[in-house]
Design a protein around this ligand. Structure first.
Ligand SMILES: CC(=O)SCCNC(=O)CCNC(=O)[C@H](O)C(C)(C)COP(=O)(O)OP(=O)(O)OC[C@H]1O[C@@H](n2cnc3c(N)ncnc32)[C@H](O)[C@@H]1OP(=O)(O)O
Ligand SMILES: CC(C)C(=O)C(=O)O
Ligand SMILES: [Mg+2]
Length: 516
């Protein structure tokens, strides 16, 4: 048996998360997310605010009817009508909770509630008792506790526990707290409230200063045993503490925390995707745990480290949070080790180090032009390199093509033939035709062009184009393939490659080239 305390994970994606402007969900969507949360094994699902609307009431009720493995909770102000409605909504639940709250900060009590502190305590006690008349599991929150006076917090919490609250939640409603100070506040409250041992202390942190997770963790280190959080950190304004970050921080730093959760972390990424799809709130690529780059490495030094020993640059395993795998993204910061490793995975191996080096420099040149190099780009680079063996008679040195509305396209190329450079020019019906004519003005191969096709190897306007050229001469058919971000250059490379293949079987030379 574990000696660690259980940390209750209270997910409020469907209540506070839904309060994000634009994140409203319908009943069916809420039910889908609730099922994902149950799969994730969250302890408590705050399904909504039953009094808010008929739709929210129905959503809470249907979640209460469906979910078996998590407690289903509804929020309620400290007023009878809210509490009774919440009770009705969660009645079908196997385990139901009413979460009632009232603000405790001077600014909220004076300007919003227009109640004296004593009146607030009185209303809180009445609300907790009413909630207890419906269910045993009652949570009480001191809204805006982050800006409340400590003495007053201790007074109202003691009264709420006496009235029957089983969980006391200390929200930093406006994200005002700083970790060390917030942790100390939690420690003081637990220390000073005489009946603190009769309740579980919880925190609910907002991210206005980007500190929601840090504040929650500081609270856990000081005795909090429930954390309220949301998938992807969704929530009012800058959001709530993100569930995935809290869970993985506690799990990854077991050396620092005396708690453990029952979350099945492998369902984190699917849950994150579901919430993002339903709400239409994309997950930023650099978001911890669930962002597309959370387990992706592009820098050569990091990739080299990860290939040699994953833990050099990873503190968690991608698979443990629901990713298929970590990834080495090929780009301009990548190094030889990652390049060679990826090609090997694709079944491509170079026989000589110089072939690898040549392919690697092609890769770097391409990476300067494109944001990301995909496997298909690598395959094209490799076949380009492997094809440019030393016995190739022809190769492209450089080229320029002019294509303008109303003017005949013109191509000027510098070609290497049998080790000597030749400048050639040609005109045609289009830039590709002009290029092929320019090449033929030197080579005069006598070939028939049987097929010309262009494929975008990858997506996006910076994609590499792969051109296939099929030439026929005397019944012999060859294919040449060339790849480049510029499809006219790719066309020239493909044509030249096809000529090289023809040439290996013998090619006629143009008189101009006879002295070569
Ligand atoms: C920090 C938080 O996240 S709190 C939760 C916030 N979420 C929401 O507000 C979403 C759902 N809310 C709603 O649908 C509506 O606001 C309702 C149904 C709750 C109330 O609607 P209305 O009756 O029209 O009141 P309205 O929203 O205009 O004002 C809130 C009233 O509740 C009072 N109130 C606010 N919090 C509490 C509380 N915890 N306990 C008792 N009364 C409260 C306010 O003082 C105000 O009272 P007043 O009308 O006498 O001045
Ligand atoms: C209702 C409470 C818990 C809340 O959402 C907050 O204070 O932020
Ligand atoms: Mg909140």
């Amino acid at each position: 048996m574990s000696a660690k305390d259980h940390l209750v994970i209270f997910d409020t994606t469907l209540r506070d998360g839904e309060q994000s402007p634009g994140a409203t969900m319908n009943k069916a969507e809420k039910l889908r997310i609730a099922k994902a949360l149950e799969k994730l094994r969250v302890d408590v699902i705050e399904a909504g605010f039953a009094i808010a609307s008929e739709g929210d009431f129905e959503a809470v009720k249907s979640i209460a009817e469906t979910i078996k493995e998590s407690t289903v909770c509804s929020l309620a102000r400290a007023v009878d009508v809210d509490i009774d409605r919440a009770a009705e909504a969660i009645r079908p639940a196997e385990r139901g909770r009413i979460h009632t709250f009232i603000a405790t900060s001077p600014i909220h009590m004076q300007y919003k509630l227009m109640l004296s502190p004593d009146e607030v305590i009185e209303q809180a006690v009445r609300a907790v008792k009413r909630a207890r008349s419906h269910v045993d599991d009652v949570e009480f929150s001191c809204e805006d506790a982050g800006r409340s006076e400590l003495d007053f917090l201790c007074r109202i919490i003691e009264a709420a526990i006496d009235a029957g609250a089983r969980t006391i939640n200390i929200p930093d409603t406006v994200g005002y707290a700083i970790p060390e100070q917030f942790g100390e506040t939690i420690r003081q409250i637990i220390h000073r409230v005489p009946n603190a041992d009769k309740a579980i202390f919880s925190v609910h942190c907002h991210n206005d200063l980007g500190l929601a997770v840090s504040n929650s963790l500081a609270a856990v280190m000081n005795g909090a045993r429930q954390v309220e959080c949301t998938i992807n950190g969704l929530g009012e304004r800058a959001g709530n503490a993100s569930l995935e970050e809290i869970v993985m921080a506690v799990r990854t730093r077991q050396d620092l925390f005396d708690v453990e959760t029952r979350i099945d972390a492998q369902h984190i990424v699917p849950a994150s995707r579901l919430v993002s799809t339903i709400t239409g709130f994309p997950v930023q690529p650099n978001k911890a745990i669930v962002g597309a780059n959370a387990f992706a490495h592009e820098s050569g030094i990091h990739q080299d480290g990860v290939i040699k020993h994953r833990e050099t640059y990873e503190i968690m395993r991608a698979q443990d949070v629901g990713w298929h795998t970590n990834s080495l993204v090929m780009g301009k910061h990548s190094g030889r080790n990652a390049f060679r490793t990826r090609l090997k995975e694709l079944g491509i191996e170079f026989e000589t180090e110089s072939e690898l080096n040549e392919a690697f420099s092609r890769f770097k040149a391409l990476a300067d032009l494109k944001h990301e190099i995909f496997d298909e780009d690598l395959q094209a680079i490799a076949s380009d390199t492997l094809q440019s063996e030393e016995d190739a008679r022809f190769s492209l040195v450089c080229m320029k093509v002019c294509s303008e509305t109303g003017v005949v396209p013109r191509a000027s190329l510098t070609l290497l033939m049998d080790g000597r450079e030749h400048k050639v020019e040609g005109e045609g019906s289009g830039p590709v035709d002009a290029t092929f004519r320019a090449i033929e003005s030197l080579v005069d191969s006598g070939c028939n062009l049987q097929l010309y096709s262009v494929n975008a190897i990858t997506s996006g306007t910076d994609a590499q184009g792969e051109v296939t050229v099929r030439l026929e001469r005397g019944g012999r058919i060859v294919n040449g393939v060339g790849a480049d971000t510029d499809i006219v250059i790719a066309s020239a490379k493909a044509y030249i490659e096809a000529l090289n293949q023809i040439s290996r079987g013998g090619v006629r030379q143009h008189p101009q080239a006879a002295d070569v």
